[in-house]
Design a binder for this molecule. Structure first.
Ligand SMILES: [Zn+2]
Length: 297
């Protein structure tokens, strides 16, 4: 517990990609997003490379400079085509390229985290797929080390579809491979894949307890988190909605846990179009709960 008067590191909130309101305000280029976010008092941004790392050194550098000036923490979402569990050698080579290119772009941008999807088990058992994923990632980690990129955190994400690798347990297992790995816990995905769990405090607390028991307190305290309302079917994730829509998971019990435990995660909102507004809704509740706490002593 922090003493009064000591400045506590705060959780950081921000959007995944550029929200509709950014374009509606007349902006077009991502180099303008750090300033726009800073005027909203948001402090994080996840740059989207889902369809490939197409950003060059110059643009990445300009976004990074703007973000540094505005104190916006940057992460990059790596391409969706990554599949560490593939048995196909050419897909495995592509996977390695996507990871290395994402890290290179992160370096240019000054982003300290790269988020990625582990892939899918295909026709093999989940255990066999996990073994392949660990083996492949170990090889990639060696290259990352040699390239001098191992100071950037790689964060495997918990996935929303039943037929994808990336249960919380699988993500945590993968993160045991190296100190530069940290879970990206997507609570919308966990809600979808469990068909409706993560609606009360205990369920959110259990995630932080589990990460702490398996990976230590620092990891549990500084998790990368994706949060959005999600519609699901029995196969899992169907689509992302907004905080104005009637889907789960609810953010209130989640934010209460973050504030009560004085955790310092980076929380990226992936709402459809309203990701900055919804990040602000979470941040406002968070600050209100923290203030109430300090007033109460
Ligand atoms: Zn993702």
């Amino acid at each position: 517990m922090k003493e009064l008067g000591e400045t506590m590191e705060l959780a950081k909130f921000g959007p995944a990609g550029n929200p509709d309101a950014f374009y509606e305000a007349g902006f077009k280029a991502s180099v303008d997003i750090p300033g726009w976010l800073s005027r909203l008092r948001l402090a994080a941004y996840e740059y989207q490379c889902g369809r490939g790392v197409n950003v060059g050194e110059k643009t990445a550098g300009a976004i990074g400079k703007a973000a540094a000036e505005q104190n916006i923490a940057l992460s990059i979402h790596a391409p969706y085509y990554i599949n560490l569990a593939t048995e196909d050698e050419s897909l495995a080579a592509n996977t390695e390229n996507h990871i290395l290119k994402s890290l290179q772009a992160a370096r240019w941008m000054g982003a300290d985290r790269v988020i990625f999807h582990m892939g899918s088990p295909g026709k093999s058992s989940r255990q066999a797929a996990m073994d392949r994923a660990k083996h492949r990632l170990s090889g990639v980690l060696d290259k990352i080390e040699r390239l001098g990129l191992s100071d950037i955190i790689l964060a495997p994400e918990t996935m929303g579809k039943v037929n994808q690798l990336g249960s919380l347990e699988e993500v945590v297992q993968l993160c045991k491979l190296a100190p530069n790995l940290l879970p990206a816990v997507d609570f919308g995905h966990l809600h979808a894949v469990t068909r409706g769990k993560y609606t009360d405090r205990q369920e959110f607390e259990a995630v932080f307890d589990y990460v702490q028991a398996e990976l230590g307190e620092a990891a549990a305290c500084s998790l990368h988190i994706h949060f959005s309302r999600i519609e699901y079917t029995k196969a899992g994730e169907k689509r992302h909605w907004t905080f104005a829509d009637e889907y789960g998971p609810p953010h209130e019990p989640f934010i209460a846990v973050i504030a009560d435990r004085k955790l310092q995660p980076r929380i990226i909102c992936e709402s459809a179009g309203t990701q900055a507004r919804d990040a602000l809704i979470m941040q406002e509740l968070y600050l209100r709960l923290l203030n109430k706490d300090s007033v109460a002593g």
